[in-house]
Design a protein around this ligand. Sequence first.
Ligand SMILES: [Zn+2]
Length: 278
Amino acid sequence: MDLYYEDKVTGAYDVASTQAGAFGGSMLRDYARLEGEALTRKLGQRAKLAPWLEFEWVDAELPHHEAVGQVVLHAVSETNRRLQWDASESVLVSVLTTEADTREYGGYCVDKVPYDKICLPRSACSHPERLAHVVAHEAAHVVVLNTAQKVAPQWLDEGIACLMEGRDAATASARLTSHDAWRAAFQMGGAFEVDRRDPTETPGVTAAYDEATVLASYLHSLKGDEGLVELLKWMAPKLNLGFVFKRLARMDPVDMALRQVYGFGQRELFAKVRGGPR
Ligand SMILES: [Zn+2]
């Protein structure tokens, strides 16, 4: 996994391939990702789209790679602009080989060193509009990760990503209400963690993304993109006396940041959005 997080994926694959089923198979999901990324590295090539953005693809599987690269560059740039991110952490966007098992996701983002990595299934590249949505979603995860320094809760991380992707909060809210699927804040984390290859989990996963969309859209309706950026910045650990004092008083950083920017805490936020969009 150390090699994987340095994106030395072929080396990691060589180490892991003899032990993929270890620990009772608990590593198999990570292994599927590693395998997909390693096969792509072996078959593919890389080019810079910008000084801070690299692109990886398999030529034979992506004859329109130049057009795909342009959509990727535009979508990441637009997300960075909206969320005021200076791209000080580089990004590698990898279109995974069709040999990768990508059934579980539409795309994913990994916090690596020396760059963050966005992986996309080949199927995401079949239509430019769809591709732009998927890339904007994953690019938002990169910004949230770096701006809030890993403190953002998953509902906020996914909510901002869904908002940047352009998901409709009114549709999401109506679906939650009709399925009676609203969750409380403490129930949200686990909802994103389930094994998505299991079709019985699909309604719960859809509901979690819907609620994240509604929550982020509500915050967005109050203070726009700027409010969300401010919220993320307030969550990040800071070295000032007020912050240290609040942490010593065991205040939750998410609650602290929400109160600071919007004037209400997490419980109130969840209560406000339930039952319809504002
Ligand atoms: Zn996401």
